[in-house]
Design a protein around this ligand. Sequence first.
Ligand code: B12
Length: 212
Amino acid sequence: MDLLKDISNNLQRGDDEKVAALTGQAIAAKVPPKQILDDGLIAGMTVVGMKFKAHDIFLPDVLLAAKAMYAGLNLLKPLLVKEDIPAVGKVVLGSVEGDLHDIGKNLVGIMLKGAGFEIIDLGNDVPPERFVDAAVKENASVIGMSALLTTTMSNMKKVVDMVNERGLTDKIKTIVGGAPVTSEYAGEIGADAYAFDGISAVDRIKQLLGLS
Ligand code: B12
């Protein structure tokens, strides 16, 4: 669809105003929010990632693209999150220490909220003990960790180890995700689950909590 291609192209150009306007148009035209997200915003960000990797564009371009992504995401958020659903469980969510990438983590939070979970979002660059302390304080049953850098992935293990050391494994389950993370890696560090994206995160967490 042309409109979604326009969203993707303008996101790649980092034009947040255009992305917001086009996302608004797509919503008004009743394009399903998930399609706007996948075929417009995420499609655009995928190209940005490839161009950045190939050194065709540079960090400031990626920052502008991220700003444009949020301009669209903020409009989609209320449509992806259904209000007034009784909470089915509490999830503490954050990007691990050293990692400032938060778009994927926020998307996972939106999907989980949409499925009725209560989200305690700790933001990005979250030290291991903050994850565990917050989960205990909030009586959360799941800690979700995001990492986009191969250099920060190992901080996920610190959280998993801390949950073990404090004897919390019966109460708190861990799930990991982010572009460089795999289910093999999750197994290696002893995390309870891995999910590829927000939708599968909902399924995996429901399984972990025995809700499905
Ligand atoms: C946008 C972006 C940035 C933005 C981030 C803005 C923001 N607010 O998030 C900025 C410009 C700040 C940035 C900075 C840097 N970046 Co950057 N960035 C990207 C880029 C292009 C897109 C990431 C993104 O948002 N994708 C879209 C979202 C929707 O996808 P996602 O994050 O993967 O999330 C999905 C899944 O992974 C999953 N998921 C994510 N989290 C979680 C959590 C759980 C619990 C679960 C279950 C699932 C899950 O679900 C999400 C939804 O589907 C990637 C390229 C790429 N291919 O990933 C590079 C990339 C991640 N960055 C990279 C690099 C190198 C950097 C910098 C070091 C650059 C520099 N020289 O300074 C810095 C590091 C800053 C830091 N300390 O974190 C490299 C990492 C390479 C590596 N092997 O480690 C990448 C891969 C680019 C590349 N190919 O070289 N970056």
